[in-house]
Design a protein around this ligand. Structure first.
Ligand code: DOR
Ligand code: ZN
Length: 440
């Protein structure tokens, strides 16, 4: 049997024994050789090699591989409803599975905006063809116009796990306050795209020497930092408020978040692989695959983020996977859409930049993809492989070399700055609810 034939058999099994791998489960501080038995969609047993008795329907040989809780991505744009030409739930979750993600949280800046119970339910229908778990983040304000709060209570009851107007900030102080007050009462995180858009109009990259040379209007770090500072202050004042800062990219914003955490405010934040890998100086001349929002920042911003990834301040790595069609990217830089894909390259970039270059322990890197994001949005039963946890597992080879080819991506879109990059570290299998969904 070839390995892909074997894997296909695994997909049908009710119990699966993952044997001979090295388990990294930061939530329960395991970093050791362990076998893992999955049964009926749950973790049935975790034990030192060879100790699990009784048969399993199938076995997975994980020798030489890392076995981790299924990765969770708090920030993806799956583009449904309404923009299926960029991505669908089916294609986006296939790319997620290839990247080792067993759970993704999908953003509401679709057409129409997901601000109602009906759309949350629609997104969950089996017809959407999701191959990994999809949780909805609903719009924080009606049609994400920033004026009137959406019905948090109903959206939460329908299964939304947080609210946001991502793509845009909640700019108005009073509305942001209301959102955090209501979110606090409901234990519902408010996710902020931190950008003072009054300061970034017509800007297409980070404001610095590079934007000056290229003749492009630049977004200042202050446009991010000022919103984060305001939000952290609100979250510090409002009882139980839960603030989650999306794709934090600047050293100054980091200072505010650190202050909030020290003051015991319920503030969490994510950073993206592109912001810890690239800087504004890496942008090839007017290549719109380097255009995203927030933009690639200065070397000192990136350094501050790397320090925060190492010291435990960052809660999660999230991709901000933002697929766009070729016709939305192939045009003058200033007119091109913001956003890059990211699901299939996240792990390899984290292993290279964080683990091998910065010596951040593998357990910490795994935490940023698992227990960290699970805590941000209270995803119970996920982010760990403790007994009885949901049987979502990511198995990867931290040393395997491969080349990322955008044209082979499972995403519908190709807008990535990492096309042709030599990568080290590859997902070997992705297991959702006990079933192998990648390789497909
Ligand atoms: O680059 C981005 N793309 N940033 C956002 O905030 C939105 C996203 C998108 O939806 O394309
Ligand atoms: Zn955003």
């Amino acid at each position: 049997m070839t390995s892909s034939e074997k894997n296909r058999n695994h997909r049908l099994s009710a119990s699966l024994l993952i044997k001979g791998g090295h388990l990294i489960d930061p939530a329960v501080r395991i970093d050791a050789p362990m076998d893992v038995l999955l049964k009926h969609g749950r973790v049935a047993e975790v034990a030192v090699p060879g100790k699990i008795k009784g048969g399993a329907d199938e076995k997975f040989d994980a020798r030489g591989l890392v076995v981790a809780p299924g990765f969770i991505d708090l920030h993806v744009h799956l583009r449904e409803p309404g923009q299926a030409y960029k991505e669908t739930i089916a294609t986006g979750t296939a790319a997620a599975a290839a990247g080792g993600f067993t759970t993704v949280c999908t953003m509401p800046n679709t057409a129409p905006v997901v601000d109602s119970v009906e759309w949350i339910e629609w997104l969950r229908e089996p017809e959407r063809g999701a191959v990994v778990n999809v949780f909805s983040i609903a719009a924080a304000t009606r049609a994400s116009k920033g004026a009137i709060l959406s019905d948090f209570r109903a959206l939460q009851a329908a299964g939304a796990i947080a609210v946001t107007d991502d793509g845009k900030p909640i700019l108005d102080d009073g509305i942001m306050r209301e959102a955090l007050v209501l979110g606090g009462e409901l234990n519902f995180p408010v996710v902020q795209h931190a950008e003072d858009t009054r300061m970034t109009e017509n800007c297409s990259m980070h404001a610095g020497a590079r934007s000056f040379r290229l003749g492009l209007r630049g977004m200042t770090a202050a446009a991010e930092a000022s919103i984060v500072e305001r939000d952290v202050q609100l979250a510090t004042q409002i009882p139980n408020a839960r603030l989650h800062v999306a794709h934090l990219s600047t050293a100054d914003a980091l200072k505010s978040v650190r202050r909030g955490k020290r003051a015991k405010a319920r503030v969490t934040f994510e950073v993206t692989p592109h912001h810890f890998t690239l800087t504004d100086e890496d942008m090839r001349d007017y290549d719109s695959n380097f255009k995203m929002n927030p933009p690639l920042r200065s070397a000192s911003d990136r350094e501050a983020i790397l320090v925060a990834l190492a010291d435990g301040s960052v809660d999660a790595i999230a991709t901000d996977h933002a697929p766009h069609a070729a016709h939305e990217k192939e045009m003058e830089f200033e007119r091109a859409a913001f956003g890059i894909t990211g699901l299939e390259t996240a792990l390899a970039l984290a292993l290279s930049r964080l683990h091998r270059e910065k010596r951040i322990p593998l357990t910490r890197v795994v935490e940023l993809f698992t227990a960290g994001p699970a805590r941000c949005f209270d995803l119970r039963g996920r982010g760990s492989l403790a007994r009885d946890a949901i049987a979502d597992v990511t198995i990867f080879d931290p040393k395997k070399k491969w080349t990322f080819e955008a044209r082979q991506s499972l995403s519908k879109s190709r807008n990535t700055p990492f096309d042709g990059w030599q990568m080290t570290g590859k997902v070997i299998a992705t297991i959702v609810g006990g079933k192998i969904v990648y390789p497909g």
